[in-house]
Design a protein around this ligand. Sequence first.
Ligand code: GH3
Ligand code: MG
Ligand code: MG
Length: 346
Amino acid sequence: MPADERDVGLVYAPEDQLAYVYENRVKILIADDSIVSRHLLEATLRKWGYEVAVACDGVEALEILEQDHAPALAILDWMMPGMTGLEVCRRIRQRAREPYIYILLLTSKSQKEDLIEGMEAGADDYITKPFDQHELQVRLRAGTRLVDLQAELLSAREALREEATKDSLTHLWNRNSILEQMTRELSRSAREKGPVGVIMVDLDHFKSVNDTYGHLVGDAVLVEAARRMQNAMRPYDAIGRYGGEEFLILLPGCDQQTSFSQAERLRKHLAQPSMSLNETSICVTASFGATSAVPGQSWTQEGLIRKADEALYLAKKLGRNRVEFLSFDSEPVMLFNSGKTEPIAQ
Ligand code: GH3
Ligand code: MG
Ligand code: MG
């Protein structure tokens, strides 16, 4: 073994004891102020199939670990100028960000008190120099198992969150979720004294789509209608599936006129061109009932939904494939409709 390699504390394991991990490209950060130690560790980890990031001191290590897509594992030398490995460890644990970073402290300290101090700072494991390759390898494998497990937990939690908040057919927000967003949006706009547009949408003669083409085609029409409306919306608007073929749309910052024109834009976007589903071309339209919460009015969430529903009912009654707007506090005076974009009463 070359003398400089012995100095940094690597004791070679026989080649046949090395289990390679090429199938698992975990990224590991090495932070060490000794150039020899760094290069040797880097070469060893790359040989084992790990992806490696390198930092020359604690400050650089912290910077790398605070980035998005940071390495999942870190081997931190305890003694480094500027910021010690112990301090890096403490800072990482303080921010408690996800995903979790598995930290292995590397040091020549071997007293029991040192070990306790290292673990209390938030290190997961601790390895003293000189260490042998095989020991490092099994410790890294234990770390990788924990990191993998945590990644599985995070994706399971994400899947649960998706299931709880999204509609499984259209992938729009579900009813509870869009109503919760409405509560939040209304209180935010009340605080900021801004308007919010509220639109209720109902597909026209949808029952006859099911009756003519079958329920599966009906489902596909719902998905396509949701996609079309979502594509035509601004990023900060929200749309949810309120019921079977009914959708609720929130338009933050939209007053009466803009709520109406946004609804009109969505209506046109939905109606054209016809949908090609299952080798059939289907023309689908929807009726839109719009209202808005304007600063100075005393609206309630239930009242706004009722008003949008009332406007929707009117749109159905007046022939479908149209937008009707009713202002929240005028009883029941129509302000805008698809036939007339100018206010017809104030
Ligand atoms: P209108 O223009 O008055 O709204 O008529 P409509 O036929 O659209 O309204 P109606 O309330 O009579 O029928 C709604 C239909 O929507 C009946 C129901 O079976 C269908 N529907 C509700 N949810 C789903 C779904 O998830 N998939 C499919 N394929 N159909 C659904
Ligand atoms: Mg309908
Ligand atoms: Mg309906």
